[in-house]
Write a protein that binds this ligand. Structure first.
Ligand code: BGC
Length: 779
């Protein structure tokens, strides 16, 4: 008998139910949140179980969930903690003055903008080390939902609008984290692309969009990195909750892709426990005591076969055997936070994107800059990351003003004083955050900008030599952003600030630079011509100000490129007419066996993905719609020459090797991201004009230095999903390979032929198929 079979044979039915149901989530709710938070464990009349739960919760205070332990039979608990930008735990613990801070790494959107999977793996290694050393087993990360719409409140936790980048980044992150001997939970599987009614939204889309866009990244991550666990999403997909879908969690995830770990629900997802068990959703989180009784009854009344429980337990235990808890790892409680701060500083500079620099205002040396006037609240309260479960309790965030001072810049004390007063006054006036989850988890929302009238701008322009204006945005779990002033659009005060400060400094022949401290696209075209340069710093983790200054001074040459399109206006986004969806008839039966942890009301709601596969650049390029900044865009302080693209053959058989030489032809060192796009024949079905199939990044090239990047184009790179046949097919005909420095700036091209149609992979068709075919953008 295998070890796992032996464990199972020693378990009672009740213990089996207790193992597949998490032991609850308990955390310190700040008083300001004003919500009573009761521990349902109080209801449980089983001293042995409640003592065990109280004990395991001490293992990592602030962790999101724990599985039950049965020490007598050798079953150890698993500690599951958030999240994508670093480990989220309580920084303080009862009975000690020691602190347990974690590193706030850059948000996923910034990491994707590095286009550097090795770097992302490095970040993952550091993140996973904190999980190991603080006593965690599974990090609830990375999150790789598609940035379908600019307004999704959790876009910052996700990588890209493109599934290839999302999958490759997630795989790199998983490899890095898991190299420490701890696990990951790639999430939220799948199509969790909005926060509005996230617990009940019915997402309607074609099978093709599901396969090519919303499953593809997960497929890459599962196949390339073997995550220990997968977190199923809250939402429904084509009428069925993701957490209750056997098609999704068994047929696609396990049978087609070979996933071997366990599936955990998102916290409080779905509404039918038995369906979740049968679907292959092995673990229910955070878990409520009454769910244990429900499962026991379901088995006793033959609604659920005990063998289904055994199968799910087998998967949970096979992961347990790998965990640090099981292996008895003695954690130090003391990861090397200094070293990790260096890693975050480096990673964040590599993902910042220079959007505008027409007259080479940047870089700027501190010794030559003179005195700097820093405008905008976020210069003083730089936002390291978004709110909610993706927020990290870090020891500090270096603000921009601190970064400037650390970098040897002299800064205007007077202006700092004005901003500090304004911020502290506004903070006192501000009530609790509008976003309920942000307030529950102790997060902050930015306060309103103060007006910067022309007089103040002029005074500062006379007293100082350079202006930096930071524009900040934050968002988080639970609420989507809005296409309104102060969110997608700048507020009147922000517009005035950019205009008045730029004009006043220009009048004195001085420069003004805008820094965008944001987690997702905003409107830029109406104001971007006013300052001398615009740097997209994203939300760059705790070394924020230092990282920005590394770019401003040219210590690091910007090499980040957009992994998401910046549209001209919100309405230009292909999803905007169908985001976040609409209310539908019907009622949600609140008496159903919900886990009770949703913290949000369920409303009958539906969203139809009419843009189908035309998400992000797939839409803009195909329909030739103008944008503010295209996918793949980003400037540098140097420039690169693309040598001729060399293909190993012009006839595709099993694969084609491709190489291209990139030469730094500028005057300063730098790195280039090379993007390989493919245009495919479109005889049988319509396809996007171009699709990203590969990417690479050079090392730091000195002026005059060059590097040859190699790529392998495989049959799957040529494929689209043919719904009727349930096949990934490469159509015969001519394929054009394009090497671009962005999706609009194609620098080299070559073509090859496929002489005979290839049926590359068979999928089980009609899985998660929509009951009604959604009306499409191009139909
Ligand atoms: C979020 C997940 C998170 C979980 C545990 C949920 O509300 O959607 O991303 O991992 O909570 O905190």
């Amino acid at each position: 008998m295998s070890k796992i079979q032996e464990f199972i044979s020693n378990m009672t039915l009740k213990q089996k139910a207790q193992l597949v149901i998490g032991t609850g989530m308990i955390f310190d709710v700040p008083e300001s949140a004003e919500v009573p938070f009761e521990d349902p464990l109080e209801e449980v009349d089983d001293a042995e179980y409640t003592n065990m739960v109280h004990e395991i919760r001490k293992k990592l205070p602030g962790a999101a969930g724990f599985t039950a332990a049965f020490p007598d039979i050798g079953i150890t608990p698993q500690v599951l903690a958030d999240g994508p930008a670093g480990l989220r735990i309580s920084p303080k613990r009862e009975g000690t003055d020691d602190t347990f801070y974690c590193t706030a790494f850059p948000i996923a959107t910034l990491l994707a903008s590095t286009w550097d999977t090795l770097l992302v793996e490095e970040v993952g290694k550091a993140m996973g080390n904190e999980v190991l050393e603080y006593g965690g087993d599974i990090l609830l990360a990375p999150a790789l939902n598609i940035q379908r719409d600019p307004l999704c409140g959790r876009n910052f936790e996700y990588y890209s609008e493109d599934p290839l980048i999302s999958g490759k980044m997630a795989a790199a992150m998983v490899k890095g984290i898991q190299s420490n001997g701890v696990g990951t939970s790639i999430k939220h599987f799948t199509a969790n692309n909005q926060e509005t009614n996230r617990l009940s939204v019915n997402t309607i889309m074609s099978e093709r969009a599901l396969r090519e866009i919303y499953l593809r990244g997960f497929e890459i991550a599962v196949k390339e990195s073997n995550p220990w666990t997968v977190m199923s999403a809250y939402n429904k997909i084509n009428d069925q909750y993701a957490s209750e879908s056997h098609d999704l969690l068994t047929k696609i995830l396990r049978d087609e892709w070979g996933f071997e770990g366990y599936v955990v629900t998102d916290w409080g997802a779905g509404d039918d426990l038995v369906a979740q068990m049968k679907a292959g959703n092995d673990l229910i989180m955070p878990g409520q005591p009454h769910q244990v009784d429900t499962l026991v009854q379901a088995v006793n009344s033959n609604l659920l076969e005990e063998s289904v429980l055994d199968r799910n337990i087998e998967r949970i235990l096979s992961v347990m055997l790998e965990t640090p808890q099981y292996k008895g790892h003695q954690c130090s409680q003391n990861p090397d936070l200094r070293k990790h701060a260096q890693i975050t500083r480096k990673a964040s500079t590599d993902g910042m994107i220079l959007l505008e620099n027409p007259n080479n205002a940047l870089p700027i040396k501190s010794a030559e800059a003179g005195k700097v006037a820093a405008f905008g609240n976020s210069s003083y309260e730089f936002i390291s990351g978004g709110t909610g479960s993706g927020d990290v309790n870090e020891a500090y965030t270096v603000s921009l003003i601190e970064g400037l001072r650390n970098g040897g810049f002299e800064t205007s004390e007077e202006l700092s004083g004005i901003y500090e007063n304004h911020i502290s006054k506004m903070r006192k006036q501000a009530g609790k955050p509008k976003n309920f989850i942000t307030s529950l988890l102790g997060g902050k929302e930015p306060v309103a900008e103060m007006p910067v009238p022309p007089e103040l701008a002029r005074k500062m322009a006379l007293q100082n030599d350079l202006a930096i204006i930071t524009i900040g945005r934050n968002s988080g779990e639970g609420v989507d952003r809005e296409a309104v002033e102060g969110d997608f659009y700048l507020t009147e005060n922000e517009k005035q600030m950019v205009k008045n400060v730029s004009e006043a400094f220009h009048n004195e022949k001085k420069k003004a630079i805008v820094i965008l401290n944001i987690g997702a696209p905003i409107e830029t075209v109406s104001w971007r011509g006013l300052p001398d340069a615009v740097l997209l710093a994203w939300q760059p983790g705790q070394e924020a100000g230092n990282s920005v200054v590394d770019i401003l001074t040219g210590k690091v040459t910007p090499s980040g490129k957009l992994a998401v399109t910046f549209p001209l206006s919100y309405e230009d986004s292909p999803s905007s007419a169908n985001f976040p969806g609409h209310a539908i008839e019907g009622e949600i039966d609140e008496t159903r066996d919900l886990s009770g942890f949703s913290m949000m009301k369920r409303t009958p709601w539906e969203v139809i993905y009419k843009e189908d596969i035309f998400v992000g650049y797939r839409y803009f390029n195909t329909f030739e719609a103008p944008v503010a900044y295209e996918f793949g865009y980003g400037l540098s302080y140097t420039s690169f020459e693309y040598g001729k693209m060399v293909l190993s053959s012009t006839d595709f058989e099993k694969e084609i090797a491709m190489k291209i030489n990139i030469k730094n032809e500028g005057k300063t060192s730098g790195r280039e991201v090379v993007q390989i796009y493919l245009s495919s024949p479109q005889v049988q079905i319509r396809k996007p004009a171009i699709e990203l199939i590969q990417f690479g990044k050079t090392k730091v090239l000195k002026p005059g230095e060059s590097e040859t990047l190699l790529f392998r184009i495989s049959p799957r790179d040529l494929c689209s999903y043919y719904t009727e046949k349930g096949l990934w097919i490469a159509e015969k005909g001519e394929y054009i390979v394009q090497a671009g420095s962005s999706s609009a700036q194609i620098r080299q091209k070559a073509s090859f032929f496929l002489h005979k149609e290839l049926e590359v992979e068979k999928a089980t068709s009609k899985l998660l198929a929509p009951s009604r075919e959604p009306e499409k953008l191009d139909s």
